[in-house]
Each structure stands twice: as C-alpha cells, then as structure tokens.
Design a protein around this ligand. Structure first.
Ligand code: ATP
Ligand code: MG
Length: 357
C-alpha cells in the first residue's frame, strides 16, 4: 500500500477493547470503516465499528475472511499470537510492522533493543529459574521488580523484591514463565511521550504527560508535565529514535522514568496509549486520529497542545461518579460501554480541560 487510503476504505483492527473503540470513532470521522477482530463476545469497539468478527486468533478461515474485507490492518494491543500475524501479513499490510510487535511483546527483546540504541533503562537481567534469580539479584541488588517476560499489563505478572528473602515468593508468582529482574528506579516522576510516524517518515510528538500509577494501573495523566526544557527535548528525541529504528508507521507510547541521571525508558507500546487520552481534548488532532492518519498513509495532523488537561481513569466503581462528573464544567466524559464494573477494570476516563496556562 503506497497511496493514501481514500474515505470509504476499511481499516482492520485486531482487538476490540476501549482503544479499538476510540480508534474506530476517529476512523469514522475521517470517512473510513472499521472491521474489528476480537475473540471475546460483545467487545467495546463493537458498538461503534462497521463490522466485527468474533473468532479466535487460531481460526485461520476467520483471519482470511477478515483480511479479505479490509485494506490495511492495525491493532490495539501488542500480544497478538505470532501465528496469526504470520498469516495476516501475507494478505494485507500490518501497520505498525512486525518488528515493533516483536520488540514490545517480549521484555528481554525490548530492553536489548533500547539499550542497543544507546537508550538507558533500569538495570535488568533475564531470569528463568531460582539460580538465575539469585545471580540477577547479586548483580542488581534490592529493591527490585520481577516481571514476566511476556503478557504483562496494568502491573499484572509483577512481583516486588524488597529484600532477598522475598525472592522465592516472587519467583513463584511468575508461575514458571520466563521473567526479567529490574532494579527498582527511584524516579522523581513518570512521564510518557506519545509520538507518531507517518508512512513517509514524518514524525510528530505530543507534549509529554506526567503519569501517576496506583497499584500498577495508570490513575492520572497531567499535561503539561513538570519537566525542564532539556528533559522535554530528551523525551521527544528518545521517541523519535525508537520510531526511526523500527521504521514505524502509527502511534507509539513511550513510558519514561525521570531521574537525576536523566530519562530512563520503562517500556514502549506499539499503539495508542492510555496516557495519550488527554489529547482528545488537548489537541486539534488526537492520538487516535493521528494513528488512523498514519496507517492510512495520510499526512500527520497538528498535535500541538492548546489546553491544559488532567486525564483521570475511571476504574471499577469510579464509574458511579459519572452522574456527578456530568454536572461539572470543563469535564469531558469518555465511557467504554463495558458491563459491570470490577475492581481494576477500566470503565472510562475523564479529561478535565483548562485553557493553556
Ligand atoms: P502497562 O502496560 O499497563 O503500562 P505493565 O504491566 O507493562 O503496565 P510496567 O509499565 O512495567 O507494567 O509497570 C507498571 C508500573 O510499575 C510503572 O508505571 C511504575 O510505576 C512501576 N514500575 C515498573 N517497573 C519499575 C521499576 N523498575 N522501578 C520503579 N517502578 C517501576
Ligand atoms: Mg507500563
């Protein structure tokens, strides 16, 4: 695919969660149709997409039919089974490409890639068993965090090791899966950069946001982040390095730790990102439209920030605050159409907006 997609074309999205939902809305505003592929029943994106396939990622016939009905394929989460991607990429372009997925599906591959670019991360070591963990702890020390190598999200698959005697329980929490030990970073803040790269190599970054997590889950993102001009530049340069190195097309999220020694990369996400939701009210073109523009081969839009925004996730029972929030001025409400609230379940988010200070 070299020519820009014309309105009326169909964009295939792997994954039907809230990110797929908001991508579908953005795509429809540009005149595209979205076809969502999701194994689970009644996905949030299904309410707003043109078509939904409910099938497993192992269902070859369903994957072929899905690809036949779309012009380009993108995704809202990085843990798509490799065999499905192997098949799909023979049928339609996948944007962002396979390298971005390979690097972000696997923490060892991700950290090796980042360090190979000269970007700093927390000290880390791969851990497969008790002997490996002992060796890693001897090298890295405590406090540290043990994380499963694959399939982690919202802090799941992680165990803190405050002192060496916590090691056996942390290893047990990995349930036999390969893991990575990371030194605990005493960061002064967490920030993220959401950046995009077009099919022509053009790069645009949104203003970095400052993130607060609770129990491993993003709670709020505030723009502007409290960063010096130098840190701000570093954050954007880091994102641009990664985008170019991956020959990336689409939106990428880069999570960073702010330390006195500079910015460390925590992880990258090859997709629109929760910490970029503020762009919906903070910019003329938000991260969802920017991603759709990139995968459709359109020029990137103007993502400069016109407002100050605090994005707050509505997690679990937070959603019961919606009737009160709906009475507040300056609050934009985004709900994901999910069923019953459960602890830790992202039900929606709000953006509190003020004119740029
Ligand atoms: P998500 O995909 O939701 O961002 P995840 O499960 O992949 O999450 P991480 O980003 O690795 O998890 O970790 C979640 C949070 O835990 C981080 O944002 C940070 O607050 C804390 N954390 C993770 N690793 C470290 C570390 N090495 N030092 C200090 N804090 C950490
Ligand atoms: Mg993270």
């Amino acid at each position: 695919m070299t020519d820009p997609l014309a309105p009326g074309a169909t964009i295939g999205i792997l994954g039907g969660g809230q990110l797929g939902r908001m991508l579908s809305v953005a795509a429809s505003r540009l005149g595209f149709r979205c076809h969502v592929y999701e194994p689970g029943a009644n996905p949030p994106a299904g309410d707003v997409a043109h078509a939904v396939t409910t099938a497993a990622y192992e269902d070859e016939a369903a994957l072929r039919a899905f690809a036949a009905g779309v012009d380009v394929i993108t995704y809202e989460f990085e843990n798509i089974p490799t065999a499905a991607l192997d098949l799909l990429e023979t049928l339609r372009p996948i944007r962002p490409g396979r390298r971005a997925l390979a690097v972000s599906q696997d923490r060892v591959a991700e950290k090796s890639f980042l360090n190979g670019l000269g970007l700093a991360t927390a000290p880390w070591a791969p851990v497969d068993d008790a002997a490996g963990l002992a060796a890693a702890l001897a090298a890295i020390g405590t406090p540290a965090i043990l994380k499963t190598n694959r399939l982690g999200y919202d802090g799941k698959g992680q165990a803190r090791i405050l002192a060496p005697e916590d090691a056996p329980a942390a290893l047990a929490a990995m349930a036999g899966q390969p893991a990575v030990l990371e030194g605990f970073v005493p960061f002064s803040a967490e920030v993220s950069v959401i950046a995009a790269r077009g099919a022509d190599g053009q790069v645009a970054a949104f203003d970095p946001g400052e993130n607060v997590h609770q129990a491993g889950i993003l709670r709020t993102t505030t723009v502007p982040a409290r960063l010096s001009a130098r840190q701000r530049t570093d954050a954007v340069l880091i994102a641009a390095r990664i985008l170019n190195a991956l020959d990336y097309v689409g939106v990428l999220g880069v999570e960073l730790f702010v330390t006195p020694q500079g910015l460390l990369v925590n992880e990258i996400a090859p997709r629109v990102h929760n910490s970029g939701h503020w762009t919906q009210q903070g910019c003329a073109v938000d991260q969802f439209e920017q991603h759709i523009r990139a995968v459709a081969g359109w020029p990137l839009g103007d993502g400069s920030r016109h407002s100050d925004v605090v994005m707050e996730n509505l997690i679990g029972d937070d959603v019961h605050r919606v009737p009160d929030l709906a009475r507040e001025s300056g609050v934009a409400i985004h709900l994901y159409g999910k069923g019953a609230p459960r602890p830790g379940r992202k039900m929606g988010h709000i953006n509190r907006v003020k004119p740029r200070a």
